[in-house]
Design a protein around this ligand. Structure first.
Ligand SMILES: [Ca+2]
Ligand SMILES: [Ca+2]
Length: 254
């Protein structure tokens, strides 16, 4: 399945300052059969997982991909969006296109997920851009570790049965998600962690606007290959600088 994830229009409903300087930390990711292979082999390499668990399913635990392909981190520097005032709309236009593979010995068909995690900020005088860039790199590493940990937990749930892992996240009303990767809880943790990151007494620090984590499973995308969503951040949701709306879209084809 070929999938495109797009970060679309950003709308400054209330820019907070007369001219705000928003900047964005985007991170695209997928968790598919390749991610499972990569993450589980990494766990074998660190000794957290015995090679027999993989080899029992006909998966060679020693074959490493050259590099992970399940991430795209296009950067989170100051001024990666234009200055905006209340009423302005800007098409961020960041797109990641990838191929999703599900089914096979490690992950059930329908249970791969693709999505984006992001944080929106408003720049002020502190901190410096070099600190911001470092924090963004840390955000990317934390998300990567979280995904690898979730893969290991999903694998361990089915290790004894020998069945492929279930991972798909189900949003249908009444469904109780069983996968160890919950976008809402990760979004809440990002919100908690970053809301006060640059607080410093007597300094005009960068303002946290909001975080978002949005995913769709291959099961959901086969049922509905074009999915859109908007995220609204306001002072009520924790924004320290105005009210903003961001559009997201995922398009899939097989
Ligand atoms: Ca500012
Ligand atoms: Ca500000």
């Amino acid at each position: 399945m070929k999938v495109s994830v797009r970060i679309g229009k950003l709308q400054a409903i209330d820019s907070g300052e007369s001219t705000a300087e928003p900047y964005l930390w985007p991170l695209f990711f997928k968790i598919d059969a390749e991610t499972f292979g990569y993450a589980l082999r990494a766990k074998v390499a660190t000794g957290e997982l015995g090679p027999a668990a993989l080899e029992a399913r006909g998966v060679d635990s020693g074959v490493f991909e050259a590099a992970p392909t399940h991430f795209d981190a296009p950067g989170g520097e100051h001024r990666n969006l234009p200055s905006m005032s209340s009423g302005d709309t800007h098409d961020v236009g960041l797109t990641w296109t990838t191929t999703m593979r599900d089914g096979g010995p490690l992950l059930q068909r329908g249970d791969a997920v693709v999505g984006v995690a992001l944080v929106l900020w408003e720049e002020d005088t502190f901190p410096s851009n070099s600190r911001v860039t470092k924090e963004y790199a840390q955000f990317v590493r934390d998300m990567e570790r979280r995904i690898e940990h979730s893969v290991l937990r999903a694998f361990e749930q089915t290790k004894d049965s020998g069945e492929a892992a279930t991972f798909g996240y189900r949003t249908k009303a009444g469904d109780r998600p069983t996968a160890p990767f919950f976008p809402e809880s990760i979004e809440g943790r990002l919100q908690d962690r970053f809301r006060g990151l640059y607080r410093a007494p007597m300094l005009d620090t960068d303002d946290f606007i909001g975080a978002a984590v949005w995913v769709r499973s291959t099961r959901q995308l086969r049922a509905r290959p074009n999915a859109t969503q908007s995220k609204l951040w306001t002072p009520t949701t924790g924004s320290r600088e105005g009210s903003w709306r961001l559009d997201l879209a995922i398009t899939a084809s097989e």
